[in-house]
Design a protein around this ligand. Structure first.
Ligand code: AMP
Length: 279
C-alpha cells in the first residue's frame, strides 16, 4: 500500500522512524501526471533504497508562464494507482500552503548553470526548482534523490546546489525514457494534437543527425544550423535553442575535447518540448 501524506510534520515522523531503524530513504520529486519516465525513476529508487517516497507538487514558483501552470495536467488518483503498482511506500503530495506558508520569504538561486537555455527562456524557473528541491530534501530527509536526464540542465543545477549547501543527499541521474518513435516522454505531450504528436519526433531526429555529423567531424555550427532548420521544416513554430554544450558546466562547446551534450527546446503548437542527448 502506498500511503498518501500531505503534511511535512507527518512525513517527518514517518521518515524519522525509518531512519532510526537504519533504512536508506530514496525520493523521486515530480509534478505528477506520471508516465513511464517517472516510473523508471521510482523503479531505480526501489532498487537502490529501503524506502521510497515519490513527491507530487506542481510548484507554482517554477512556472514563468501562468497559462502553462493552469493547463498543467493533474490526475492524482491515477498517479497513486501507478505508484502502488511500483511498490512506492509514500506519496507525499502537499498543497501549496504546506510548501509556501504565509510569510515564506526564502529563495534558493544557483548562479552559472542556471543561466543559459532554460534559464534564459524561462526566467525564474530554476530559482523555483532550486527552492522547492531544497525544501523537498529538507522535508523528506532522503539519502538519495532520483532525477531524469530528460531535464539535463536541472540535474546540473541540483547537483551544484547540493554541493554548495552541503545537503547530505546523493543525486542519481537516470536515463531519458522515450516513446517508440524517439519522442522523450513528458507530461506535456498529452497537450499535443494528433497531428503535432506525429511531427514531434522530428526534434529528436534532427538532434541525432547533428550529433552524428559532429561526431563524424562536421563543423559544429554548420551541424547545429542544419538541425535547427530541419526542426522548423518539420512544422515546429520555433527553436528556442539547439546548442552543443559542455555536459557539466553547460558552457558553449565548439569541439569534442570534453564530454558534450546537445540540448534543445522547440515549440510545437502550444507545447514547448525539450530534449538532450550525449554527443
Ligand atoms: P516532472 O514531473 O516533469 O517535474 O519530472 C519529474 C522527474 O521525472 C524529473 O527528474 C524529470 O527529469 C523526470 N522525467 C521526466 N520525463 C522523463 C523521461 N522521459 N525520462 C526520464 N525521466 C523523466
Amino acid at each position: 500500500m502506498t500511503e498518501v501524506i500531505r503534511s511535512a510534520a507527518s512525513l517527518r515522523e514517518k521518515v524519522s522512524a525509518w531512519k532510526r531503524s537504519g533504512m536508506l530513504v530514496g525520493v523521486v520529486p515530480t509534478m505528477g501526471a506520471l508516465h513511464d519516465g517517472h516510473l523508471s525513476l521510482a523503479r531505480a529508487a526501489r532498487a537502490q533504497s529501503d524506502r521510497v517516497i515519490v513527491t507530487i507538487f506542481v510548484n507554482p514558483m517554477q512556472f514563468n508562464n501562468p497559462e502553462d501552470l493552469k493547463k498543467y495536467p493533474r490526475d492524482e488518483a491515477h498517479d497513486l494507482a501507478l505508484l502502488e503498482a511500483e511498490g512506492v511506500d509514500v506519496l507525499f503530495a502537499p498543497g501549496p500552503e504546506e510548501v509556501y506558508p504565509e510569510g515564506f520569504a526564502t529563495k534558493v538561486s544557483v548562479a552559472g548553470v542556471s543561466g543559459p537555455m532554460e534559464g534564459a527562456f524561462r526566467p525564474g524557473h530554476f530559482d523555483g526548482v532550486a527552492t522547492v528541491v531544497t525544501k523537498l530534501f529538507g522535508m523528506t530527509q532522503a539519502g538519495r534523490a532520483f532525477f531524469g536526464e530528460k531535464d539535463w540542465q536541472q540535474v546540473q543545477v541540483v547537483e551544484r546546489l547540493v554541493r554548495d549547501l552541503n545537503i547530505p543527499i546523493r543525486i542519481i541521474p537516470c536515463p531519458t525514457i522515450r516513446e517508440a518513435d524517439g519522442l522523450a516522454m513528458s507530461s506535456r505531450n498529452v497537450r499535443l494534437t494528433a497531428e503535432e504528436r506525429a511531427l514531434a519526433p522530428a526534434l529528436h531526429g534532427a538532434m541525432q543527425g547533428a550529433a552524428a555529423a559532429i561526431r563524424g567531424g562536421a563543423p559544429v555550427e554548420a551541424a547545429l544550423g542544419e538541425a535547427r532548420a530541419a526542426v522548423l521544416a518539420a512544422g515546429f513554430s520555433g527553436v528556442e535553442y539547439l546548442d552543443l554544450r559542455d555536459a557539466e558546466t553547460l558552457e558553449v562547446a565548439t569541439a569534442l575535447d570534453r564530454p558534450a551534450r546537445l540540448l534543445a527546446a522547440a515549440v510545437l503548437g502550444e507545447v514547448r518540448l525539450i530534449d538532450n542527448i550525449a554527443v
